[in-house]
Design a protein around this ligand. Structure first.
Ligand code: HEM
Length: 440
C-alpha cells in the first residue's frame, strides 16, 4: 500500500502542498518516504522523488503521461511550442529544433553571448559599492543574451518592448495558474484585455523578425535563422511562420528566467563561501585573463561548472516537473488511475538523505569529475529527464559559466538581506527578496 498524506481534512490538506511545493515533499521523507499519495478533492496527486517512479513516468512509460494541466495555461501565451505541445506534433518540432542546440550551432552564437556579457559587466561598473537587486541584474543579462541569440535584435527599443510584453504576459499566466477562482474577474477587470494587447504586439514583432530573416540575403547567425531553415529529414517539411513564432516565444520564456535564477542563487552561495568564490575567480583569471573568451575557454571553466551544478542542486530553478496520467497505469505495484497527477519533486531528489551526504551543505566537490559518477541515477536532474528533457541545457550551462566567471573576475559580492533568502515558487524557483547584494 502506498503511504498517504492524511494530515488535516480531505478538503484542506492540498493547501499544505500548494503553499510550499518546493519543501513539502522532502519534509515528508522521514514519515512517508519518497512516493506517497495526496488525495485531494479534485484529483489524486502522487508526489515522488523515487528513482523507479521517475524512470517509469519520464522514460520507460512516458507515453502513458501528458504534461500536467498547469501547462495548458501556458499555451495561452506560448502557443503550441516545445514546452506545451504533445505527441507527434511535439516529436516533429523537437526534431526540427534540435540542430539549433548542437555544439556547432552553439559555437556560432558564442560571440553574441560574450559581447552581451562584456557589455553587461561594463554597464554595472558604476554600481560598484552600491546595493543592487541582484536578481534583476541577472534577468537583464540573461534576457539580453536569449533575445540576441534568438532574433539578433539590435534596436534597444524593440528589445525592451518585446521583453516587457512577454514578461507581463508570463506574469498574467502565472497569476491565472495559481488563482484559478479569479479567472472570471480577470475578464472584467481588464487584465485579460491587457494580456491580449501585449500578446498581439509581441506576435506582430515576432512575425516582423521572421519576415526580415526570411527576406535577408545574408540572414544573421541565430536561432531564428536555424529554425527557418531546419528541414525534417524524412519529409523535407519545414516550420510555418506560426510554428516558428510559437517556438521562439517558448525559447525566450523557457530560456531566461531559469538561468537568471540559477545565477542569483549561486552568487548568493558564493557570497557565503569566500574560499569557493576565490577558486572561481582564480579559474576565471587563469582561463580567460585579459582576452575575449572563446568557446574552448568556456569548456575549460570546469570548477565554475561544478559550482553552478551544486548551486542548482540546492536551488533547482525547475524545482518539479508535473505529468498527468493519460491512461490507467501502474508503478511499483501502485495503481495510477487516468487523470492522476504525478508530481516529480526535483528539489526533494536534490536534498534527499538517500542520495546525498550532508544534503543541505554547499559542496561543489560533489561534481568533481572523479566523484560525479557516484551520484545515483535520477538523484540530480535540474534539466529534467527522458525525452522531454530541457533542449537548452548546453546553451544554459555555457551561458552561466561565462557570466559567473566574468562576474567573479571583476566583482566581489556581499549579501545584504536579513537572514537566509526565502523563495517564491513560481514557474521557477525565485529568490523572494530579489537578492539584495553589494557589489565589491
Ligand atoms: C538553468 C537553466 C535551465 C533550467 C534549470 C531548465 C530546466 C528545464 C526543465 C526541468 C525542463 C523539463 C520540463 C518538463 O519535463 O516538464 C525544461 C524543458 C525545456 N527547456 Fe529548459 N531549463 C533551463 C534553460 C533553458 C534554456 C536556456 C532554454 C532555451 C534557450 C530552455 C528551453 C527549454 C525547452 C524548449 C523545454 C521543453 C523541451 C521539450 O519538452 O521538448 N531551457 N527545462
Amino acid at each position: 500500500m502506498i503511504p498517504e498524506y492524511k494530515e488535516k481534512n480531505f478538503l484542506t490538506r492540498g493547501f499544505d502542498f500548494l503553499n510550499d511545493p518546493v519543501n513539502f515533499p522532502i519534509k515528508q521523507e522521514d514519515s512517508l518516504g519518497d512516493f506517497f499519495l495526496l488525495d485531494s478533492p479534485l484529483r489524486k496527486i502522487f508526489i515522488t522523488h523515487n528513482p523507479e517512479v521517475i524512470k517509469h513516468t519520464l522514460v520507460t512509460h512516458q507515453r502513458d503521461f501528458i504534461k500536467s494541466p498547469a501547462y495548458a495555461q501556458l499555451k495561452l501565451a506560448l502557443g503550441n511550442g516545445l514546452v506545451t505541445s504533445e505527441g507527434e506534433f511535439w516529436r516533429r518540432q523537437r526534431r526540427l529544433a534540435q540542430p539549433a542546440f548542437y555544439k556547432k550551432s552553439l559555437m556560432g552564437i558564442i560571440d553574441k553571448m560574450v559581447d552581451s556579457t562584456t557589455a553587461f559587466c561594463e554597464s554595472i561598473e558604476n554600481k560598484r559599492g552600491e546595493e543592487v537587486l541582484f536578481s534583476h541584474l541577472m534577468m537583464d543579462v540573461t534576457s539580453e543574451i536569449v533575445l540576441k541569440s534568438l532574433f539578433s535584435i539590435e534596436s534597444e527599443a524593440d528589445k525592451l518592448e518585446l521583453y516587457r510584453q512577454i514578461v507581463d504576459a508570463q506574469d498574467y499566466i502565472m497569476y491565472r495558474t495559481t488563482r484559478p477562482l479569479m479567472i472570471p474577474f480577470m475578464y472584467i477587470n481588464g487584465r485579460h484585455r491587457k494580456f491580449l494587447k501585449d500578446k498581439a504586439s509581441f506576435d506582430e514583432l515576432a512575425y516582423e523578425f521572421i519576415r526580415q530573416h526570411r527576406e535577408a540575403a545574408n540572414p544573421p547567425d541565430d536561432f531564428l535563422t536555424m529554425l527557418i531553415h531546419s528541414k525534417d529529414a524524412d519529409t523535407g517539411e519545414s516550420m510555418s511562420d506560426e510554428e516558428i513564432r510559437d517556438e521562439t516565444i517558448t525559447l525566450f520564456a523557457a530560456g531566461h528566467e531559469t538561468s537568471s535564477n540559477a545565477l542569483a542563487w549561486t552568487v548568493y552561495l558564493l557570497s557565503q563561501h569566500p574560499d569557493i568564490y576565490r577558486k572561481v575567480k582564480e579559474e576565471a583569471e587563469r582561463v580567460i585573463g585579459d582576452k575575449k573568451p572563446q568557446f574552448t575557454d568556456i569548456q575549460q571553466l570546469t570548477y565554475t561548472k561544478q559550482v553552478i551544478e551544486e548551486g542548482m542542486r540546492l536551488y533547482p530553478p525547475g524545482y518539479a516537473v508535473g505529468r498527468e496520467a493519460a491512461v490507467d497505469t501502474e508503478v511499483l505495484g501502485t495503481k495510477i488511475p487516468k487523470k492522476s497527477i504525478m508530481f516529480i519533486s526535483i528539489s526533494a531528489a536534490h536534498r534527499s538523505k538517500k542520495n546525498w551526504e550532508r544534503p543541505n551543505e554547499f559542496d561543489p566537490e560533489r561534481f568533481h569529475p572523479d566523484r560525479v559518477k557516484s551520484i545515483p541515477k535520477y538523484a540530480y536532474m535540474p534539466f529534467g529527464a527522458g525525452q522531454r528533457m530541457c533542449i537548452g541545457n548546453h546553451f544554459a550551462m555555457m551561458e552561466m559559466q561565462l557570466i559567473l566567471a566574468m562576474l567573479c573576475q571583476r566583482f566581489g559580492f556581499e549579501y545584504m538581506g536579513d537572514g537566509e533568502p526565502g523563495y517564491q515558487a513560481l514557474v521557477t524557483l525565485k529568490p523572494a527578496n530579489d537578492m539584495p547584494m553589494r557589489l565589491i
